[in-house]
Design a protein around this ligand. Structure first.
Ligand code: F6P
Length: 323
């Protein structure tokens, strides 16, 4: 009798809402195809410790709506070393994995690429709230993070407008301004500060706020991307120079949690399903992308080499819509 195909799956790096929907789709598609699924706990940390769990259709029940990842996750320093990569590849071989599905961001994909160079078949599913993977127009968790950020800014806006204050709100995103741009546009922010545009002079922001007051705006929302930072200092300076009461809020990890939106569940399900179909077709070392309105599989190494190009059009539109 032919040995059944064994597929490994792990989630790695920062968790993102929708990862569970991807895990569910991988497991159920694999079960449907007659494959065995090995869940690896705590990302590459767990792979290096061979911390595994057998998964079946029932083990992914009741998770499609849950944030986080049932497989747990970690940022693994050992996986960045050649010794760690050799050891992880060896463990994949001992486990008899026909393929390893990696759900995570750039760093997780880089680990996957190193494994593929050591003979492990990899499929990457983009999972990060940051939307900072240039080869794809969508990453799992971004939509939920933006909706959570929007919700939080809406609430801050109520109190900001009642007190006629300036609210400076920092959102996550590491070195990428995508969450800030989206949150800023959909909440009607007056200003968005993102790392892609370089250092922003506080004098420029203050000048804008003074002009806004003169135009009759009674309060201001300034959205700052984590990668730009300086949020509390900026709020203090705005208050000192303009006399307008200002408050800083750093949203932090609340943006990483929560029940995934319909979009994140839908696309994560499609990506998980496609990942197993790629394994079935023997198409390995691919990164699943969302591009031009549909899914595509791109060579993993090529995907990692796509440079991030900043498009200023959302910022420019925000400035027009905030007049
Ligand atoms: O990559 C996702 C992310 O939430 C970033 O937006 C943020 O910079 C980082 O992870 C925070 O990492 P940690 O949870 O390890 O503090």
């Amino acid at each position: 009798m032919a040995k059944e195909k064994r597929i490994g799956i792990l989630t790695s790096g920062g968790d993102a809402p929708g990862m569970n929907a991807a895990i569910r789709a991988v497991v159920r598609t694999a079960v449907y195809r007659g494959y065995k699924v090995i869940g690896i706990r705590r990302g590459y940390d767990g792979l290096l410790a061979a911390d595994i769990t057998d998964m079946d259709a029932r083990s992914v029940a009741e998770i499609v709506h849950r944030g986080g990842t049932i497989l747990l996750t970690a940022r693994c320093a050992e996986m960045m070393t050649p010794e760690g990569q050799d050891k992880a590849a060896q463990i994949c071989k001992v486990l008899g994995l026909a393929a390893l599905i990696v759900v995570g961001g750039d760093g997780s994909f880089k680990g996957g690429l190193e494994l593929s160079r050591r003979g492990v078949n990899i499929i990457g599913i983009p999972g990060t709230i940051d939307l900072d993977m240039a080869y794809t127009e969508y990453t799992i968790g971004f939509d939920t993070a933006v909706n959570t950020g929007m919700d939080a800014v809406n609430k801050i806006r109520d109190t900001s407008s009642s007190h006629e204050r300036c609210s400076v709100i920092e959102v996550m995103g590491r070195g990428c301004g995508a969450i800030a741009l989206w949150c800023g546009l959909v909440t009607g922010a007056e200003e968005i500060i993102i790392p892609e545009k370089g250092a922003v002079e506080s004098d420029y922001i203050i000048e804008q706020i003074i002009k806004n007051r003169a135009k009759g705006k009674t309060h201001n929302l300034v959205i700052v991307a984590e990668g730009s930072g300086g949020t509390p200092a900026l709020a203090r300076k705005i208050e000192q120079v303009t006399g307008i009461e200002s408050r800083a809020t750093i949203l932090g990890h609340l943006q990483r949690g929560g029940s995934p939106t319909a979009l994140d569940r839908f696309r994560a399900s499609m990506m998980g399903h496609m990942a197993v179909n790629l394994v079935g077709a023997g198409e390995y070392n691919k990164a699943i992308a969302y591009r031009g309105g549909g899914l595509a599989a791109m060579d993993l190494e090529e995907a990692l080499s796509v440079p991030r190009v900043y498009d200023d059009s959302i910022y420019q539109m925000m400035k027009i819509l905030a007049i």
